[in-house]
Design a protein around this ligand. Structure first.
Ligand code: ATP
Ligand code: MG
Ligand code: MG
Length: 699
């Protein structure tokens, strides 16, 4: 693989990793050196990212960028990416979306399964699993004077917030005592008040220039059933409060989000700084439990602990205390007695400095190692804006609900299920995400870039085949004369992948076999009764400049014979119903005489004898405007009336054997996929056009 281009996020991560172990020492509150190295050197720090969708809709191509980014960074730096459902908004969320999101991430080629200390772990998380802790954090903020319950109406609160030019005004409820606030918060939690009656707000600064810091709401009342927690809660955290807590509890190191959250970053940091004392509570508790056990049970528990730590010695973190610990247990194998002799001193240290040992103990107890970079940090990147599509969930839902498309997975939709059904591959989408990169400023990416990535991927994968999309019958009138019978059929072969498309080390697939006979289907546009200037395909004999009759044009049926056009049959309306030609014997492709007669062009065709009827759905862009919803435009006005044309085509037998989801290049027409949903149903063949061979929309 080519080295991946750097970007500002990679630079941040590389910088953080370089200083990661120092930071780890700071976290455990110890500047110690020496013994760490002596004990075998520090472990490499690991990054942790996350992809945190709200399960309130289907993912789209913008989410795909975020997935590739977060999972890709974790992969490239030996870290972990968490799959997390940000399910703090009960009314809008549903299990259907949960399933579709998991499916989309897996399909894109990413996994949330990992290992911890050699054991498999799943990094699939739900914000709703932290409701207890989030509520505990809310109470903690109240107790420490950093939050209050506001009983103003939503209108009053909005009016009191001020705006960019005007400072806000403080709520009359702002100066209640922590005890009074706590009582109110518990009433909220107990369900004693209706939705909207009061909210819990952070107590920051009503005059802050950043309006997000003017006492933002952090908990609200919602008497709603949650798809996972049911009716256990009637208060739910606001996104901006929940998110930093989710990140911190999961030891996320780099919390990567889109630019619109930049103004929220100060509140993200404000929240974390204030709840640090309770954040590591589970680990502190685990440490305390070990110490208590050792105190109560003495050396026996000490041995158990020592053995446990020894088994996990490779996972010890690099503080001086842990270095000591590692050094101690390094002697276990050959001098067990000495270890047991030194243990009491070690436990004394453990007891006086439990916090220093906490990360270590967390480890020994199979609790995840704390984030070595202290607290998660938020970093923002520019969201993906793709031309010719809309990515707002609301607008996508409108397209579905108004039946402008057939569903979320309509092949014209920019949803991941839509792209998949259209025939996009995970590799193409990953390539796209890589190629567009990440930046700090908003810009538009041309849809053609996405299509180009697909062509690049399918070039080496999609087997070739011939399909006639607008068929007219071609009759080789001298067939019986040349081959002895009108029913004579002859095998033709062509490579499934042309030589140039076979990648290094790739085994060439078996050749395609199809039959040529007296009648074949050709494209209607490959015959002109009166050819325009420069036309090289089939046209009948016609008078030349000197008045003499010139013969009809000579063309090769690709992979078959060279033929000479002799005329056509038209119906009453003037429509051509049959094209006539003569086959020129001895000119078959791949035989010594192939070049004996020069053809002006080669055209694609499908035999009438072995061609199979297929429904072909010619998809095009859903919108004609590159920015359908920009500047207050109604995006529905830009719907492309020709975004779907359905035709009945004939395809060669190799294509008739297609399995759902299999991709092909229909020679000269572009890339097609056997429809995932409809292909094969009742024996019917259904193909979707993914994209043409060239960008036909280029400006
Ligand atoms: P909504 O439309 O309801 O506001 P959303 O589009 O923000 O939702 P989420 O489910 O919150 O969707 O998104 C999950 C992640 O995907 C977020 O981290 C978000 O930043 C990222 N994301 C969403 N849209 C894009 C986009 N166009 N480009 C890049 N990342 C995106
Ligand atoms: Mg969102
Ligand atoms: Mg959004």
């Amino acid at each position: 693989d080519a080295p991946r281009p750097s970007n500002f996020l990679r630079q941040i991560i590389e910088h953080d990793l370089a200083r990661g172990t120092d930071t780890a020492r700071r976290w455990v509150g110890h500047p110690g050196e020496g013994s760490v190295q002596a004990a075998g050197g520090p472990d490499p720090a690991r990054i942790r990212t996350r992809f945190p969708p709200e399960p309130n809709g289907y993912l789209h191509v913008g989410h795909a960028k975020s997935i590739c980014l977060n999972f890709g960074l974790a992969r490239d730096y030996g870290g972990v990416c968490h799959m997390r459902f940000d399910d703090t908004n009960p009314e809008k969320e549903d299990e259907e979306y949960v399933r579709s999101i998991l499916d989309a991430v897996q399909w894109l080629g990413f996994s949330w399964e990992g290992t911890l200390g050699g054991k498999p772990v799943s990094h699939l998380y739900h914000a709703s699993d932290y409701f207890d802790f989030m509520y505990r954090a809310a109470e903690y903020l109240v107790e420490t004077g950093h939050a209050y319950v506001d009983e103003q109406t939503p209108e009053q609160m909005r009016a009191a917030r001020g705006d960019f030019n005007t400072p806000g005004t403080e709520s009359p409820y702002r100066h209640r005592s922590p005890a009074e606030n706590l009582a109110r918060l518990r009433e909220m939690r107990a369900g004693l008040h209706p939705d909207g009656a009061m909210v819990l707000r952070a107590k920051i600064d009503m005059a802050h220039p950043n309006i997000n810091l003017r006492d933002p709401a952090i908990y609200r009342i919602r008497h709603a059933t949650h798809h996972r927690t049911g009716d256990a809660w009637c208060v739910y955290p606001m996104y901006s409060f929940a998110h930093p807590i989710e990140d911190a509890l999961e030891n996320i190191t780099h919390s990567i989000c889109t630019l619109e959250f930049e103004d929220q970053r100060p509140f993200y940091e404000w929240t974390l700084e204030r709840i640090v004392p309770i954040l590591r509570a589970p680990q502190f508790e685990a440490a305390r439990a070990w110490i208590e056990k050792i105190e109560a049970q003495g050396l026996e528990a000490g041995k158990e602990f020592a053995l446990h730590c020894h088994n996990h010695a490779d996972r010890l973190w690099a503080s001086e205390a842990e270095g000591r610990m590692r050094a101690l247990f390094a002697r276990w194998e050959h001098d067990r007695e000495a270890v047991l002799r030194d243990l009491p001193e070690f436990f004394a240290l453990l007891k006086t400095q439990p916090e220093q040992f906490t990360p270590l103990l967390a480890h020994a107890l199979d609790i995840e190692r704390p984030n070595p970079f202290l607290l998660p940090r938020q970093h923002e990147f520019a969201r993906l804006n793709l031309t010719y599509v809309v990515t707002s969930k609301r607008k996508l839902a409108q397209l579905v609900n108004e039946a402008r498309v057939s569903g979320w997975d309509d092949p014209r939709m920019p949803t991941i299920v839509g792209l998949r059904r259209r025939g996009y591959t995970p590799e193409a989408i990953q390539l796209f995400a890589e190629r567009i990169g990440v930046s700090k400023s908003d810009s538009w990416i041309d849809y053609a870039t996405l299509e180009a990535c697909l062509r690049e991927d399918l070039e080496h994968k999609a087997h070739r085949g011939m399909a006639v999309l607008d068929p007219v019958k071609l009759v080789l009138t001298n067939w019986a004369e040349v081959f002895g019978s009108d029913d004579y059929l002859e095998d033709c072969t062509q490579p499934a992948l042309p030589h140039a498309a076979i990648a290094e080390g790739q085994t060439p697939p078996p050749e395609r076999v199809f039959k040529i006979g007296r009648e074949v289907w050709i494209e209607r546009e490959d015959f002109e009764a009166v050819p325009p200037k420069g036309y090289k395909r089939l046209y009948p004999p016609r008078p030349g400049a000197d008045g003499q009759m010139q013969p009809g044009n000579v063309v090769r049926l690709k992979g078959g014979y060279v033929i000479e056009c002799t005329g056509c049959v038209k119906d009453a309306t003037g429509q051509v119903t049959e094209v006539h030609a003569k086959v020129i014997p001895g000119t078959k492709s791949g035989t010594p005489g192939a070049d004996s007669v020069k053809a002006k062009a080669a055209i694609t065709w499908v035999g009438v004898a072995d061609g199979v009827r297929a429904e072909v759905r010619l998809y095009d862009r859903l919108f004609t405007d590159p920015h359908p919803d920009a500047g207050g435009k109604n995006f529905l006005d830009a719907l492309n009336p020709d975004s779907l044309k359905v035709v009945t085509a004939y395809v060669e037998p190799s294509l008739a054997a297609a399995k759902p989801d299999e991709k092909f290049q229909f020679e000269r027409h572009g890339y097609f996929v056997a429809d995932r949903a409809d292909h094969g149903v009742d024996g019917k063949l259904v193909f979707n056009r993914v994209t043409g061979l060239k960008d036909s929309w280029a400006k």
